[in-house]
Design a protein around this ligand. Structure first.
Ligand code: F6R
Length: 240
């Protein structure tokens, strides 16, 4: 794994944007796996800025989001569907037909997951952008998830519900399930860029660096051949 340690969140975002823009310039029809949450917001702002300055073209880029709450409607401002359009897709020239996000309102979540897995397999992700939960989750693969896990419906852990409920106006309205790309599928991406900022991510990053441990699913990414970890000083504070 390649670790790039920078001073702060803004530098992490700039570094990630420059790597991604470089990859898009080499392959304009790049298939990108996107994540949500607080971590990639700065990266998305940088991408929008670069698009407005004509430094990057998303017209052929394909996107596959990593996860979605279940059940949730697209129109819900807490859905990852809403997040992606609001924070990135509405501001760049990506084609709507090239955007793939779970339908969090599907009547048949198992079928939705099987179909999503097939879509990813057909296209294959070139670069997966990924954040990490305080408990080491990636996507919504919570601690205890298997290395070979596939795309599926999962129950969110108490810790994740507590942390993520801050984004909900009524914290009791947070869905207790989610649809997530599995660890085995994430590992299938050609390249992975992991971002982490802040002291509360330091334990997960330490585990990723030191050993494979199902208590911190992020540590399974150690097995990947092309993993770049971009962290700020606080997230890297437990590394020797
Ligand atoms: C979101 C996702 C999650 C987040 C993680 C960290 O699509 O995959 O695993 O990356 O919960 O969230 P933040 O960035 O809000 O700390």
């Amino acid at each position: 794994m390649k670790i790039i340690q920078v001073e702060n969140y803004n530098q992490m975002s700039k570094e990630a944007a420059s790597l991604l823009i470089d990859e898009i310039s080499k392959n304009p029809s790049l298939a990108i796996g996107f994540c949500t949450g607080g971590t990639p917001l700065g990266l998305y702002k940088e991408l929008i800025k670069s698009y407005k300055n004509k430094k990057v073209d998303f017209s052929m880029v394909k996107s596959f989001n990593l996860d979605e709450y279940y059940p949730i409607k697209k129109s819900n401002t807490n859905s990852f569907y809403y997040y992606m359009f609001h924070n990135l897709f509405n501001h760049i020239n990506i084609k709507k037909t090239n955007i793939h996000i779970f339908n969090g309102d599907s009547k048949n979540p198992d079928r939705e997951c099987l179909d999503y897995e097939k879509k990813i397999k057909r296209n294959s992700i070139d670069i997966q952008i990924i954040g990490v939960g305080v408990n080491g989750h990636i996507g919504f693969n919570e601690p205890g998830s298997f290395f070979a896990s596939k795309t599926r419906k999962v129950k969110l852990s108490k810790q994740t519900l507590k942390i993520n409920s801050k984004y909900f106006k009524n914290s009791k309205k947070i869905p207790t399930y989610a649809l997530t790309v599995g660890i085995g599928t994430i590992i299938g991406a050609k390249k992975i860029i992991l971002l982490a900022s802040g002291k509360n991510k330091a334990a997960a990053i330490k585990c990723l660096y030191e050993r494979e441990d199902p208590c911190f699913p992020v540590s399974f990414l150690r097995k990947h051949k092309d993993l770049t970890v971009i962290i700020d000083k606080k997230a890297g504070s437990l590394l020797k």
